[in-house]
Design a protein around this ligand. Structure first.
Ligand code: ADP
Ligand code: MG
Length: 492
């Protein structure tokens, strides 16, 4: 692992280091809720997905949804974490109108998953390792609606009881870039695993961001917690603002109060929500309605054996099998959809070892470049993986040059069609017929006697001749053949 240099912040009294720990709430991908059979579907009519358990009717008993348990264990395995074969559900007691039970069922002292770690990619090929403290399962609450009536608040319990995984990091993160990279990587792992859809706009992934500052290497400072962030960009902005705010207070001789804050994206500021004195005392105790969760080694082993290939492994394999640079491999695996697309392109290639790397270049540079320019994402790509594979193969086998391939790509992008057929019907084939190339070469040499003289003294000028021949052949001459012919004819 390469060493990481985190960004320090300059204050009036010297450099400061930011210390960050994240608590991420990730909604478990599952058709039904954690302790009831009600649907988890997003966007239904208010209170259309509510069972008697979710509404906390007296006497109703929760029944654990095994699928959610499996998802949490799979996530733990994907985070290289300790899976606790015995865990306990606790009641976390507090009152809130959208929490009909009067308590949230969560896990406290004995979570389902213990310590793990995530390697995050930073700019310039640097990496940082972020420790995971724990992952536990808990229920989501409902939602209060204050904008439906001038005099009443309504409650929608559709989310009530939906399974969440709370993933708590250690305070290992040292600046905003690392925090953003951590959320990005965690989200990617969850999406590869299929354990959370990672949709931050819909609230499927939210982060509480704990921030403190200290002199580099000094003892940990007092933290403030910025609640409920659902945008990676805002997380970065909130950390930068909050660290500077704390430095300002300490340098002015003040102290930091441990408190909960909210980020205001409009102002780019955090503001106080509640102080530690108002913090809840949750009176956790084991939920008497639920037995401890216990599973066998075989249960965990089976889930482990069936995990999909995760981004780090995929990256290593792309590097080893196709000679991709770590950077390119990282770009391809960052999102599950891009990795899937690249792998479908690979599946369409007859000679993967010859064309695998070329295919990566085309996916990253031509396809992603073009998609970015038009603000589209890979799932809406007008050029399919099969079409891209055909273009790459046409280059790899020498039928078209890279330059012509760009024209071909353009045609496929705008008009569609089978690249192999297009190359035939539009006469785009590369000319490898030496006789034909030789005639063009001869013409160019004859027309430029002065350049011929110069090239004899300065062989690099052959590049100019290659350019001329390629131009007059409409980019269709085989560049290697042109080069070879020119060198022999010019005697260089
Ligand atoms: P709580 O529920 O009280 O917020 P947790 O243990 O669930 O406590 O979460 C604490 C989070 O705060 C963890 O992500 C941890 O890494 C982070 N953290 C703890 N101490 C500090 C600190 N001094 N500075 C920044 N983050 C911290
Ligand atoms: Mg917290």
């Amino acid at each position: 692992m390469s060493a990481t240099t985190a960004k320090l912040i300059k204050g009036a009294t010297g450099d400061w280091e930011t210390v960050i720990g994240l608590e991420i709430h990730a909604q478990v991908t599952s058709n039904s809720k954690l302790f009831s059979g009600a649907s988890t579907e997003f966007g239904g009519e208010p209170n259309s997905h509510v069972s008697l358990v979710d509404a906390a009717m007296p006497g109703m008993l929760p029944v654990i949804n095994e699928e959610c348990v499996r998802q949490a264990v799979r996530t733990g395995l994907g985070l290289n974490a300790q899976i606790n074969r015995r865990s306990v559900f606790d009641r976390k007691n507090y009152f809130y109108p959208d929490l009909p039970q009067g308590y949230q069922i969560s896990q406290y002292k004995s979570p389902i998953v213990g310590e793990g770690e995530v390697v995050v990619e930073l700019e310039g090929g640097r990496t940082a390792t972020v420790g995971i403290e724990r992952l536990h399962l808990e229920q989501d609450a409902g939602k209060s609606l204050h904008d439906r009536s001038p005099s009443l608040s309504y409650v929608d319990l559709n989310r009530s009881g939906v399974a969440l995984m709370e993933i708590v990091s250690k305070p290992d993160i040292r600046d905003a870039e690392q925090a953003k990279a951590y959320v990005t990587k965690l989200r990617s792992i969850l999406r590869y695993l299929g354990t959370c859809d990672g949709d931050m706009e819909k609230g499927s992934l939210r982060a509480d961001v704990n921030v403190s500052v200290r002199k580099p290497g000094g003892p940990l400072g007092t933290r403030c917690e910025i609640k409920n962030m659902n945008s990676i960009t805002f997380i970065g902005q909130a950390i930068e603002y909050e660290a500077r705010r704390q430095i300002g207070i300490i340098e002015d001789g003040g102290t930091i109060d441990q408190e909960t804050r909210l980020f205001d994206p409009g102002k780019g500021e955090t503001r106080s929500m509640r102080s530690k004195e108002e913090a809840h005392d949750y009176r956790y105790f084991p939920d008497p309605d639920l037995l401890p969760l216990e599973f066998s080694e075989a249960f965990v082993a089976e889930l482990k054996a069936n995990l999909p290939e995760l981004p780090d492994q995929k990256k290593a394999r792309f590097i080893a099998e196709f000679g991709l640079s770590p950077y390119d491999a990282g770009v391809l695996v960052a999102e599950r959809e891009s990795a899937d697309f690249y792998e479908t392109v690979l599946a369409g290639l007859a000679d993967k070892s010859r064309d695998g790397k070329l295919a990566a270049n085309w996916v990253i540079n031509e396809l992603f470049g073009r998609l970015n320019k038009e603000g589209r994402d890979i799932t809406g790509s007008p050029v399919s993986a099969a079409q891209l594979a055909a273009i790459v193969e046409l280059i790899g086998e020498g039928t078209i040059s890279g330059k012509i391939a760009k024209d071909l790509f353009e045609i496929v992008w705008t008009e569609g069609g089978d690249p192999r057929v297009l190359v035939e019907t539009r006469g785009m084939k590369q000319v490898t017929d030496l006789g034909a190339i030789e005639r063009v070469v001869d013409d160019i040499i004859a027309a430029n006697p002065d350049k011929v003289e110069q090239a004899k003294a300065k062989p690099q000028l052959v590049g100019w001749f290659v350019g001329q021949v390629m131009k007059s052949s409409g980019g269709k001459a085989n560049p290697q053949a042109v080069n070879d012919l020119l060198k022999s004819k010019l005697g260089i």
